[in-house]
Design a protein around this ligand. Structure first.
Ligand code: PRT
Ligand code: ZN
Length: 287
């Protein structure tokens, strides 16, 4: 009997490829290196992986050639296919921004009125302009968008930015953010029950990996009379673990803290008498 497998599309090569493979690995899914392959199968999970161009992934998922895909949110919204967004994946972070010549004076989005904007994201730019009541001409080009102003093809560009160094090297400055993006998990809307079961299994692992990355394990020592204050700062998964130290009057406190307010929490722990604070990464977090 042929066992049911879920078909996943990921980028063949490019900025999302390595992190997509890494996420599968962190989920305990082994796939052979697909550098020169079109598809491969996981050896220990019911998953078949297709390596495709990022731009094509939404279409393949809509058509059901792939059941699910890992792809940039920017591409998903631009392609506007009939797919469902399942979850954010936390890598491939960037923003789609409008940029103009560094020497230009920019006061508001009105600057763009009746200008020419070069982009590979015509749909998203059109929506942005409409929302801001701006009339501008969109020049769709497929690559090297950042050189358009320099060669007189456009007054502005709209392109993906991460560090900003490409804009800088081309004498441009970022003036508006059209959208923020990261890699997301998309699915075909008509998956069957068996396929959904595999998807939920995969999603459970992805969420455990993501939670672990967003949290740290913290161990610290505290005098017993400071424990109440410290426990209030550390909510933990249920509540912190408190163990007596060999030295009387002292305890060891173990808990989990979120990456988001990490430094604030550490500072208030110290201010409340915590000593010997250790921070340890968490590999998986199952709640
Ligand atoms: O071959 P294929 O079509 O699959 O790849 P591609 O060349 O179209 O895409 P790729 O690999 O460049 O990007 C894939 C996805 O990664 C994008 O759709 C985004 O979701 C995400 N991503 C994250 C980025 C960037 N960061 C990024 N910096 N995509 C592109 N860039 C480019 C940008 O276009 C510009 O040229 O990097 C340059 C800007 O980078 P900074 O760091 O100089 O600002
Ligand atoms: Zn592409």
């Amino acid at each position: 009997m042929d066992y049911m497998k879920l078909k996943l599309a990921i980028q063949k090569s490019g900025r999302l490829h390595d992190d997509s493979i890494k996420l599968l690995k962190e989920c305990g899914i082994d796939i052979s290196n697909g550098a020169n392959k079109l598809r491969t199968e996981a050896t220990n999970f019911p998953l078949e992986v297709f390596f495709l161009r990022d731009d094509d992934i939404p279409q393949y998922v809509e058509d059901g050639v792939a059941d699910i895909g890992f792809v940039g949110e920017n591409v998903v919204y631009e392609k506007n296919k009939k797919i469902e967004i399942v979850d954010k994946l936390g890598y491939g972070r960037c923003r789609l921004s409008i940029a103009i010549g560094r020497g230009q004076k920019y006061e508001s989005v009105q600057y763009l009125q009746n200008r020419k904007i070069a982009t590979s994201y015509p749909l998203l730019v059109k929506e942005f302009l409409k929302k801001n009541n701006i009339n501008a001409e969109i020049h769709e080009i497929s690559g090297s968008v950042e050189i358009a102003p320099g060669i007189g093809l456009a007054d502005a560009i709209c392109d993906i930015v991460s560090s900003g160094s490409t804009l800088f090297m081309n004498g441009l400055k970022e003036v508006e953010t059209v959208m923020k993006s990261q890699a997301i998990l998309i699915r075909n809307p008509a998956l069957k029950e068996d396929e959904l079961k595999i998807l939920h299994k995969l999603l459970f692992r992805i969420q455990s990996v993501k939670k672990a990355k967003n949290n740290k394990y913290v161990l610290l020592n505290a005098p017993n009379d400071k424990l109440d204050a410290i426990v209030k700062i550390l909510p933990g998964m249920k509540s912190p673990t408190i163990l007596p130290l060999a030295e009387s009057g002292w305890s060891s406190v173990h808990s989990v803290i979120s990456e988001n307010d990490f430094w604030n929490v550490i500072e208030s722990l110290k201010a409340n008498g915590a000593q010997g604070i250790l921070i340890v990464p968490i590999e998986k977090m199952i709640i």
